[in-house]
Design a protein around this ligand. Structure first.
Ligand SMILES: Cc1ncc(COP(=O)(O)O)c(C=O)c1O
Length: 394
């Protein structure tokens, strides 16, 4: 599939007529904007102001944020994009923009924890009903759609098993119904590895905190799609207030310039780590969509250009073995998140799923011996040697 080039990544969104001749889009750190006179103010009131990259006030637009949005639209291959203060601000604003009381959403039961929490608790409080179907079960998803359904949302790949959903099929299921939109959170792919819009998905979400910004130093999110839909989401952003700070948007734009380089490297390292772990005597199973043993390998090969830097594996010996490996690794830091320049590692049982009982974890397939490893841009050979040495501690 066609994915963005490094040239796109470096130049997307930049204004050629740069203020002060700066090559980098300046950080326009302002909360409000001035008007030359009341005639200019009137242009805003009537929607005829020529500058589309500023608002009348900071919550309605910012030139630095706008540059990041233009870049993301180009990378996702969509008409428009809106930037948010975090991935969760992007997810929740988009869902709220597309639903109202009495309507219904369908999603999978392996979605990002806070997204599921939002659907099952917050949306429910406002009268939006939901059905969560088994991970990746498109038959159950199709059967769950009712006349009141307005939104079908999923993630691909998912955490921590990196399951992939067939995006074209999911889009086709929704398109068979009038008024049902689709939204895919493709944070684990990044636009370098997958562009859901190319498969007919309406809205694409990125937690830019991960690969997109890529340096583990900023939180941000994007919602990308057709202009009509994105402007509805953007308008609600102005009301709910989950706007990105201009300095954060600038960090995101700077990260995006090396997105292709970083993700290409992380794809190569991820695959090398997965192949090394596959068949290792201390490892029971490896979850990596680039391995033929992954249940969704065929889907991933069809819709992804690479498989990312995150590899999840199950150690023989349960949690004690997983802890021994994580504690013995010298290069990756123990932390949540992924996609940044530095390798990170976590035992999912002690990180994202610690408040569940072992029985509840077993029900959703979170094995006690799981380790989630996210490669950064370090030397592949050094990461492999470090991992090989750590596995000997089991
Ligand atoms: C798949 C996915 N979606 C959304 C989010 C939320 O993004 P943020 O932390 O930027 O709010 C995360 C964060 O881990 C994620 O992994």
């Amino acid at each position: 599939m066609k994915t963005p080039s490094s040239t796109d990544a470096v130049h997307a969104g930049e204004a050629r007529a740069e203020p002060y001749d700066a090559i980098s889009t300046p950080i326009v750190q302002t909360s409000t904007y001035t008007f030359a006179n009341t005639a200019e103010l009137e242009q805003y009131a009537t929607g005829t102001h020529p500058r589309e990259d500023r608002g009348e006030y900071g919550r309605y637009g910012n030139p630095t944020c706008r540059a990041a949005e233009r870049a993301m639209a180009l990378l996702e291959g969509t008409e428009e994009s809106a930037i948010f203060a975090s991935g969760m601000a992007a997810v929740t604003t988009a869902i709220l923009a597309l639903t109202k009381a009495g309507q219904h959403v369908v999603s999978f039961n392996d979605g990002y924890r806070q997204t599921r929490q939002f659907i099952t608790t917050v949306l429910a409080r406002f009268g939006v009903e939901h059905t969560l179907v088994a991970a990746g079960d498109l038959g159950a998803l199709a059967a769950a759609i009712r006349p009141a359904t307005r939104l079908v949302l999923g993630e691909s790949p998912t955490n921590p098993h990196l399951s992939c959903v067939d995006l074209a099929q999911l889009a086709a299921i929704a398109k068979a119904h009038r008024n049902v939109k689709t939204m895919i959170d493709a944070t684990f792919a990044s636009p370098v590895n997958c562009r859901p819009a190319a498969f007919g998905i309406d809205l694409v979400v990125q937690s830019a905190t991960k690969y997109v910004a890529g340096h583990n130093d900023v939180l941000a999110g994007f919602v990308s799609g057709p202009s009509g839909l994105v402007s509805v989401v953007r308008e609600l952003r102005g009301v709910l207030g989950g706007v990105c700070d201009p300095h954060a948007a600038w960090l995101v734009s700077r990260g995006m310039r090396t997105l292709k380089l970083r993700v290409d490297k992380q794809n190569a390292t991820g695959l090398a780590l997965a192949r090394f772990l596959d068949g290792h005597p201390k490892v029971a199973r490896v979850f990596y969509p680039g391995l033929p043993s992954h249940p969704d390998h065929a889907i991933a090969t069809h819709q992804m250009a690479g498989f990312g830097g995150v590899v999840t594996f199950e150690c023989h010996g349960g949690l004690a073995a997983a802890r021994a490996v994580v504690d013995a690794l010298r290069i990756p830091r123990i932390a949540p998140s992924f996609g940044g320049v530095e390798a990170l590692v976590e035992p999912p049982v002690l990180m994202s799923y610690y408040e569940l009982t072992p029985e509840e974890r077993a029900q959703i397939g979170i094995e006690e011996g799981l380790v989630r490893y996210s490669a950064g841009i370090e030397d592949e050979g050094e990461l492999l040697a470090d991992l090989a040495r750590a596995l000997e501690k089991i």
